[in-house]
Design a protein around this ligand. Structure first.
Ligand code: HEC
Length: 121
């Protein structure tokens, strides 16, 4: 009974990560109308890990929500890589830690993904 819902959800999530991947690749460009592009889904990519684990608090386009914005112009651009890795691994205040759910490689990739988004503008 939940199968149909989760398929729909997975479809939405992969559509989302495709557009995130495009936004991340089109670093600095105007990524406004990437809607009818047909890039292949990047399975297991940082964008996908992001949409699965982080988007609900930091926004589908990293625009922020419950958590702070991580996109261009946000504070994360001023933090050191090691600091960001530490926040994502161990958590901070109401931000949960991901050290026991994601591998160090996934976290490093995520930080690079966030970093690219934060500097892309
Ligand atoms: C439950 C909601 C939630 C989820 C899920 C979440 N975060 Fe956060 N995140 C927060 C909050 C809240 C903060 C602010 C923490 C503080 O400093 O008080 C934060 C802070 C951050 C920061 C530091 C930003 C800054 O300006 O200080 C980074 C980077 C970050 N999160 C990345 C991630 C990544 C990557 C993921 C997915 C693996 C993720 N977050 C998942 C809520 C969340």
């Amino acid at each position: 009974m939940t199968t149909q819902r989760s398929i729909r959800l997975r479809l939405r999530i992969s559509a989302l990560s495709i557009s995130l991947a495009i936004a991340a690749t089109a670093c600095g460009g105007d990524s406004a109308d990437s809607s009818d592009s047909t890039a292949p889904p990047a399975a297991g990519s940082a964008a996908e890990v992001y949409s699965f684990n982080c988007a609900r608090c930091h926004g589908a386009q990293l625009e922020g929500g419950f958590g702070p914005a991580l996109d261009a112009g946000s504070r994360v651009g001023d933090l050191e890589d090691t600091e960001v890795i530490e926040i994502v691994t161990d958590g901070r205040n109401t931000m949960p830690g991901w050290g026991d759910k994601l591998s160090p490689e996934q976290i490093t990739d995520l930080v690079a993904f966030v970093r690219e988004s934060a500097s892309g503008g």
